[in-house]
Design a protein around this ligand. Structure first.
Ligand SMILES: Nc1ncnc2c1ncn2[C@@H]1O[C@H](COP(=O)(O)OP(=O)(O)OP(=O)(O)O)[C@@H](O)[C@H]1O
Length: 266
């Protein structure tokens, strides 16, 4: 029989698959951008997508909340399951899906609204609160999760666009978590930020992964190594290698991964 210490160790090492992709292909017209990708992405962990420019990282990321649906010439096939449910099923409403699978973009993109309204926007359209007091709580909780509450609590009516770049990105993260998503997709979230703002957002990503499944596209291998537990290396639309970040960066199996991390391709 296991004693309580053993149980703790067992619980800490147990992992759950949140996202499961099977035979995923993506075409933009005649361009075959994603080729037969199969991967299982863990819950409550950070997974980094790395690879040379144009290899398909963002395309694959956008499959996970059906953002590619908004591109006319884009066709996605195969299966993507979240918690075992096919997100491309006809009955799934992409707007509802995007509340469950939040996204943060490369360039901070707050709405031209107050800080408060930026965060309240999603909860309002999804009917998540019945009163002003409840909405105040949702907004405060989200801003705290975005690690920006202390900096903005006295100026919630000020425009979100008036914040610094790093603050805007944390506001966008707060906006993404306000609808209580389960998955957070981040497409190069630090590429427009200075080193200090980058360090703050990376720390936030680390904290968020305690509660969410986080998937981040990054061009920075140092960033992938710092923030992620799992790494997927893409090349020419193929998922070449996927595994523990430590292993990918120190002892990759595939010569293409080795070439990329040593700076020979990319
Ligand atoms: N909207 C689009 N219309 C047509 N082709 C596209 C579109 N978006 C991406 N592609 C093509 O799909 C392929 C993969 O692009 P994608 O942006 O996913 O790569 P990436 O690895 O994220 O690149 P980067 O690191 O430069 O952002 C490329 O050949 C690209 O030209």
């Amino acid at each position: 029989m296991l004693d309580s210490n053993h149980m703790d160790v067992k619980m800490q090492t147990e992992t759950t698959t949140k996202i499961s992709a099977k035979d995923v292909q993506v075409h933009y017209g005649d361009t075959h951008a994603i080729k037969d990708v199969n991967v299982e992405i863990e819950d409550k962990a950070v997974t980094a997508f790395i690879g040379p420019s144009g290899c398909g990282k963002s395309t694959f990321l956008r499959c996970i909340n059906r953002m590619n649906d908004t591109i006319d010439i884009c066709r996605v096939s195969g299966d993507i399951l979240i918690d075992g449910e096919d997100i491309y099923d006809r009955r799934v409403d992409p707007v509802q899906l995007r509340a469950k699978v939040g996204m943060v973009f490369q360039k901070p993109n707050p709405f031209p609204k107050s800080i408060y309204d930026n965060v309240a926007y999603g909860p309002r359209i999804h009917g998540l609160s019945n009163s002003k007091a409840e909405m105040d709580e949702i907004v405060e909780r989200a801003l705290r999760r975005g690690a920006i509450w202390d900096e903005v609590k006295d100026r919630l009516d000020a425009p979100g666009t008036g914040l610094s770049g790093g603050q805007q990105q944390r506001l966008c993260i707060a906006r993404a978590v306000a609808t209580e998503p389960q998955v957070l997709l981040m497409d190069e979230p630090c590429s427009a930020l200075d080193p200090i703002a980058t360090a703050q957002v990376e720390e936030l990503i680390h904290d968020l992964s305690k509660n969410y499944c986080v998937v981040i596209v990054t061009h920075s291998m140092q960033q992938a190594a710092r923030v992620s537990q799992k790494t997927a290396f893409f090349h020419l639309g193929n998922l070449v290698e996927f595994g523990d970040t430590d292993k990918i960066f120190t002892n990759p199996e595939d010569p293409r991964t080795e070439s990329y991390i040593s700076g020979r391709i990319g």
